[in-house]
Design a protein around this ligand. Structure first.
Ligand code: ADP
Length: 405
């Protein structure tokens, strides 16, 4: 069973082709700068010996339709499929599913309308996701298309966690509430944690930290998300590469009233110029470490602020969950940056957390437990794989629909 996973951005398409029988990635790639004179298509192909070949192409890709056609062509040329109809399903990442979607769904006209309705809540992402789906529908004939939502995993949050304490009609009429994001990643690593700990997910309480360019933390009780740091948009919560995370909500009014900043300027400032970049001028953690090692005070401050915010959330979510079985690190920083993991876990022995410095310093591409013998909970480092999770969810959705037919 071959499943293609597509993640369509406004000027990019990320894709992976999976052979689901052995969960093998046959091809994966990224087309960026769509619509520009020099679009870049980077891709990896796995040959029949399991060898991975990396390649790049810089031919112009005028729009998503052409981008999708070149992905299909590539798969045909490399012998992975003879025709698009050999795909068993196509799974699409959709950022915002609002309150409507608790799980992946087979795409039809009604689903497309709902994704469209959600555009005001995710103006940067949903239009691009929608365009990717619509273009795919044009060439894919009867191949089942499944939408997998970033927000779906968090739909289990109780009202006292997802509501903001503003007049209730803003929720009832304008849908203002916490939705949470990175759900596919939090769900995937939670399932991997359950596998590693050899316990059913529904018996586990976890705190999952997805630390990449964007970052979020989720409290998982008996396998279900009960709170998460991102809110109505991905701006709330942790300090991120370029996003501020939590701030006093009065700051935008202050800037508007006293400095005449427009809502667009404030929006851009909070989303694109804040976070680590706002503090030390850089948003890539590896660069920030290099600056800190050279004594740059702002880089040191950015690292301290970043870890401090995460510690506050871990403390809060320990209180929310009562009992925690494991803290899980994932995402580019969570998976690779032992120094940050150590700083985050330092002084958290109150919550039973204690890290083994030797294990923490080891690089691993597989799940590892870096707790020491004094830790009362596991501290897991788990590589996330959002594409594989989308492929698996897609397969389950197709199988369910076949059974119900
Ligand atoms: P995205 O949210 O774009 O998917 P990633 O999960 O790839 O982001 O994470 C990007 C972040 O991970 C960057 O800040 C990058 O510096 C950091 N990162 C990646 N590899 C390492 C590493 N080996 N050590 C420290 N940080 C790393």
């Amino acid at each position: 069973m071959k499943i293609l996973v597509l993640n369509s951005g406004s000027s990019s398409i990320k894709y992976s082709l999976f052979e689901m029988d052995d969960l093998l990635v046959l091809a994966s790639g990224f087309i960026e700068k769509i619509g520009e004179a020099r679009s870049i298509h980077k891709y990896c192909l796995t040959d029949s010996y399991g060898e991975i070949k990396k390649m790049a192409d810089t031919q112009p890709v005028s729009d998503h339709r052409q981008g999708l056609a070149s992905i299909i062509q590539l798969m045909q040329k490399s012998g992975m499929i003879n025709h698009a109809s050999e795909l068993s399903a196509i799974g699409h990442r959709v950022v915002h599913g609002g309150e409507k979607f608790h799980q992946p769904v087979m795409i039809d006209q009604a689903v497309l309308m709902e994704i469209k309705k959600m555009i005001p809540l995710a103006p940067l992402h949903n239009p691009a996701n929608l365009m990717g789906i619509q273009e795919t529908l044009k060439f894919s004939g009867g191949i089942p298309q499944i939408a997998v939502f970033d927000t779906a995993f968090h739909q289990s949050m109780p009202a006292y966690a997802f509501l903001y304490a503003i007049p209730k009609q803003f929720y009832e009429q304008k849908h203002i509430r916490r939705y949470g994001f990175h759900g596919t990643s939090h769900h995937y690593v939670a399932k991997q944690a359950a596998k590693f700990l050899n316990q059913p997910l529904h018996s586990l309480n976890l705190i999952t930290l997805h630390l990449g360019n964007g970052g979020s933390v989720t409290a998982i009780k008996q396998g279900k998300s009960v709170d998460t740091s991102m809110g109505m948009t991905p701006l709330e919560g942790l300090i991120m590469g370029t996003r501020s995370g939590d701030i006093d909500p009065a700051i935008p009014f202050y800037l508007n009233q006293n400095y005449g900043m427009s809502s667009e300027e404030i929006n851009a400032m909070l989303n694109k110029k804040s976070g680590l970049k706002g503090i030390c001028g850089e948003n890539d953690m590896r660069t920030i470490h290099a600056m800190a090692d050279a004594g740059d005070k702002d880089a040191l401050l950015a690292i301290d602020m970043y870890c401090y915010r995460i510690k506050k959330y871990i403390g809060a979510y320990c209180a929310v969950l009562g009992k925690v079985d494991a803290l899980v690190f994932t995402g580019g920083i969570g998976e690779n940056d032992g120094q940050m993991r150590k700083t985050i876990c330092d002084d958290l022995s109150l919550f039973g957390l204690s890290i083994d410095l030797h294990k923490n310093a080891m690089a691993s591409t597989k799940t590892i437990d870096i707790k020491d013998k004094n830790s009362t909970l596991s501290i897991l480092v788990i590589p996330t794989d959002e594409e594989l999770e989308i492929a698996m969810q897609t397969m389950i959705c197709v199988e369910k629909s076949n059974i119900s037919q």
